[in-house]
Design a protein around this ligand. Structure first.
Ligand SMILES: Cc1cc2nc3c(=O)[nH]c(=O)nc-3n(C[C@H](O)[C@H](O)[C@H](O)COP(=O)(O)O)c2cc1C
Ligand SMILES: [Mn+2]
Length: 487
């Protein structure tokens, strides 16, 4: 059963010994960042700061800070289970036989039940801040050179003005004044496309403090026409409940802790940033749309959620890894040769992808590189390393071995160019630059390699079994391990 809201999730964290409450007074200006950075990097608990200077609301941070807590958030034993759940739906074929038909009906029902449900009232509107005043919230200034305080863990709700389809995205929000902010949706993101198509006025609602699955889905890179709240409903096993916002034409999660409503006026931009970002660098000042806040509603005793990004690893690593695992089946839909992939957080996720493939024809690794460069937000990947199916893409030592041993740079490196991440400071021109693909697979004769590709060294299975059986006899004081995978 999914957590109904942030409070339900917090109760669970408390019971599991995964939440620490800090009662000492702390400053949302830099101090909370330094505390959290230390706790995240040491694998510590979620933190609930009860007494934040300048605000009466408590602040929650580091809820996704470890793999264990992220698994708890999704109710899974490992993040790979997320992929398996998605795969179950993607692999639906026309059912044969009564048993399969019943199972298929069950899956269809769970999909139909995933759609959000509108209810008449919700706790998120228990308290109305009149006039709306962002200064009431304990918004953090994260890093010394940040341009101001930023809301960092929001679910930003917009509608495509052409189709009316909802989008939910996690886009940071810089507070300018008690009732104005910036909206940092990057150029490749869905809300930016909604904004480009807007008329004179665009409504925006921001939900803060959600059950952990719904909060996560705001960061999920779904195709534009898919509502993130539908994914949330599917992963939760029950729909997200929505209520009508009070001053904008949008629906908002009924059980959110805090809702900010507002609008963007056509053509109005203001300087946003700098901001200490997940690349580990500050992103510079750039113009972004201005949000005029028209209402702030809250639950009684609302809790403000936050996250910091910065030099990796930070809490966002586990949101990124959840996405990586969840989207493997979707990648396999168009690239069935892909066995597995890994986006190292040290590469800020979009900089590097390691992909293992079942190679079936000459040039296959190159086909996969170009496919990655043509798929959704993965298209922003700068470097793609392709390895053979038996290589463990999560074992960077093994990948390095393959890249070192198998690559002739004159032959196996593909240089291309294309769109790059909005935040990437490396390219000379923003948004566009080079791509590198490295084919670290074994080369075939049909690819022009006529020296006979060598075999990887391997002991025979009989001798391995014999040594395992006799290990105690040798009296060597180390544990015998034989965890090699067949190649
Ligand atoms: C902690 C965190 C902060 C993020 N901040 C931003 C941001 O400020 N701007 C942005 O465009 N994307 C940001 N992202 C990435 C988007 O949430 C992600 O690309 C998502 O797919 C956007 O939704 P969309 O696909 O509906 O546009 C952030 C992700 C995380 C996990
Ligand atoms: Mn989207």
């Amino acid at each position: 059963m999914a957590f109904t809201d942030l409070r339900d999730w917090l109760d669970h964290l408390r019971r599991e010994g995964e939440l620490h409450e800090v009662t000492a007074r702390v400053d949302p200006h830099l101090e909370i960042t330094e505390i959290t950075d230390r706790v995240t990097k040491s694998g510590g608990p979620a933190l609930l700061f009860r007494d934040v200077k300048g605000s009466s609301l408590p602040l929650l941070i580091n809820q996704f800070g470890t793999e264990r807590r992220t698994c708890m958030a999704f109710g899974v034993g490992s993040l790979d289970e997320l992929g398996a759940r998605i795969q179950g739906v993607l692999e639906m074929t026309p059912p044969e036989g009564i048993g399969e038909k019943i199972r298929a009906l069950g899956k269809l029902k769970s999909l139909a039940d995933s759609r959000p449900k509108t209810v008449r009232s919700g706790p998120c509107q228990e308290v109305v801040l009149d006039p709306p005043d962002l200064d009431a919230l304990p918004i953090m200034t994260c890093w010394p050179k940040d341009g101001g305080p930023f809301i960092t863990l929001p679910a930003v709700i917009t509608k495509d003005p052409r189709s009316g389809m909802r989008n939910v995205g996690m886009y940071r929000i810089q507070k300018f004044s008690p009732d104005t902010t910036a909206m940092h949706w990057q150029i490749h993101k869905d809300a930016a496309a909604d904004w480009r198509g807007m008329g004179d006025r665009m409504d925006v609602a921001v939900a803060l403090g959600l059950d952990p699955i719904t909060a996560y889905t705001a960061s999920a890179p779904l195709p534009k026409h898919i509502d993130e709240l539908m994914l949330a409903g599917f992963l939760r096993g029950e729909p997200v409940e929505l209520v009508r916002a009070r001053t904008v034409d949008l629906e908002v999660p009924a059980r959110a802790e805090i809702i900010i409503e507002g609008y963007i006026a056509k053509g109005e931009l203001a300087d946003e940033g700098p901001f200490g970002d997940h690349t580990g660098y500050y992103t510079p000042v750039e113009p972004f749309p201005v949000l005029h806040v028209t209402a702030i509603t809250m639950r009684r005793d609302a809790i403000y959620p936050s996250i910091i990004v910065g030099v990796p690893p930070q809490e966002d690593v586990w949101l990124g890894k959840a996405t990586e695992r969840m989207f493997l089946p979707a990648i396999r839909m168009t690239m069935p040769e892909v066995v597995d992939y890994d986006l190292p957080f040290q590469g800020a996720f979009h900089n590097l992808a390691i992909v293992s493939i079942r190679k079936a024809f000459p040039g296959h690794a190159r086909k996969v590189m170009h496919a990655i460069w043509g798929t959704g937000l993965l298209s922003l990947t700068k470097g793609v390393v392709v390895v053979d199916d038996w290589v463990d893409v999560h074992d960077y030592g093994q990948v390095m071995w393959q890249a070192g041993a198998n690559v002739d740079p004159a032959r196996d490196v593909v240089l291309a160019d294309g769109p790059l991440d909005h935040l990437d400071h490396a390219p000379t021109r923003q948004f566009i630059g080079g791509k590198i693909g490295i084919d670290a697979t074994a080369k075939w004769e049909s690819e022009g390699y006529d020296r006979g590709w060598p075999s990887v060294i391997e002991m025979s299975p009989e001798i391995r079994a014999q040594v395992t059986a006799r290990w105690a006899e040798y009296g060597i004081p180390v544990t015998s391990t034989d965890d090699r995978k067949a190649r």
